[in-house]
Write a protein that binds this ligand. Structure first.
Ligand SMILES: [Zn+2]
Ligand SMILES: [Zn+2]
Length: 319
């Protein structure tokens, strides 16, 4: 860590900045530091994080609510409405719950809050002139609709044998490996789609809807223009070529839809009585919302490092 990180001028621009430069997945650093890799994955999978939360929701939904594949072989309103609700309800509970706790009730005050400012009200750049209502509309209206339609197509293809499927009993090794690779696939897809969206015309007409949120909140996560959602959720179509189980698609869906709620929530950690309850915000992406031309991907695969667009949160723009 640079010795001046804690006191460099960038620190003064935030209410709270992590006490270390943004870290990237050490799996891609050479020579390999096994302990660092262990710590990285232990931190991601033990405790409440976006990975464990979204996997937990996926498992619960699979066991309790997902219609069996045989029902999904023909397009019928019953199962299609169920899939829509399985997207809409968890999104509303997590984003609404975090918004209530962090911004309405102000349950942890400004502890671990990145930005000094509060969310925007009465601002004409937002739909309905209000950041939160704008974000709720683009999330529940646009994002959840596109995500649901894509999932209908994939479940229907799986049910008809037009997409390769796998069961845990049939191939447990692939079942687990593919589950673990889904966040990486998502990060890889996101990096390239996101860079494309920063091309001038797409940015101006499409991606600017997401970037209205310089100061982000839980509802900003997938607050995207229709065209952006068409691109962003196209990540799901990997299940038409990779042998998958409905649980893979559920995990992928909640990871894609709900982990941005946490990463945009604006607070690094959720705390209760001075104790860390969960990891939430993502300073890596918070920097993208402030400085735009950096950190297009995620910290899971360091494309930004490789292509010179990484910002580690220090005063020095590029590291
Ligand atoms: Zn962007
Ligand atoms: Zn964002």
């Amino acid at each position: 860590m640079p010795s001046d990180f804690g006191t460099d001028p960038e620190a003064g621009r935030w209410n709270c900045r992590p006490d270390h430069p943004v870290r990237l997945n050490p799996l891609f650093q050479w020579p390999l530091d096994v302990k660092a890799v262990w710590d990285w994955y232990r931190g991601a999978w033990l405790g409440i994080t976006s990975l464990t939360l979204t996997f937990g929701i996926a498992a619960l939904v699979y066991v309790s609510f997902l219609p069996p594949l045989v029902q999904m072989a023909t397009f019928q309103p019953g199962w299609m409405v169920t899939i829509w609700l399985l997207n809409l309800v968890p999104q509303t509970i997590v984003a609404g719950g975090l918004h209530y706790w962090l911004y309405l009730r102000k349950g942890q005050g400004r502890i671990t809050k990145f930005d000094k400012r509060d969310l925007t009200r009465k601002n004409g750049t937002f739909t309905f002139s209000n950041q939160v209502w704008d974000n709720i509309w683009w999330t529940l209206g646009s994002a959840i609709t596109v995500a649901t339609v894509y999932q209908w197509i994939i479940y229907w293809a799986m049910a008809n044998g037009w997409a390769p499927t796998v069961t845990f009993a049939g191939n447990p090794v692939w079942f687990v490996i593919w589950m673990a690779l889904i966040p990486m696939w998502s990060g890889l897809h996101f990096y390239w789609v996101h860079r494309l969206e920063h091309s001038p015309r797409l940015y101006q007409h499409v991606h600017a809807v997401h970037h209205r949120n310089v100061n982000v909140g839980p509802w900003s996560g997938v607050s995207n223009h229709w065209y952006e959602n068409l691109l962003y959720f196209s990540t799901y179509f990997v299940h038409l070529v990779m042998a998958s189980h409905p649980l893979h698609l559920l995990f992928h869906a909640y990871f894609q839809q709900i982990s941005p709620v946490l990463s945009h929530c604006g607070f690094e950690k959720l705390v209760k009585d001075d104790k860390e309850v969960a990891r939430s915000g993502d300073f890596f992406h918070q920097l993208h919302h402030r400085y735009f031309e950096c950190n297009y991907g995620t910290s899971e695969i360091p494309f930004d490092k490789w292509f010179g667009t990484f910002h580690n949160g220090s005063a020095k723009m590029r590291s």
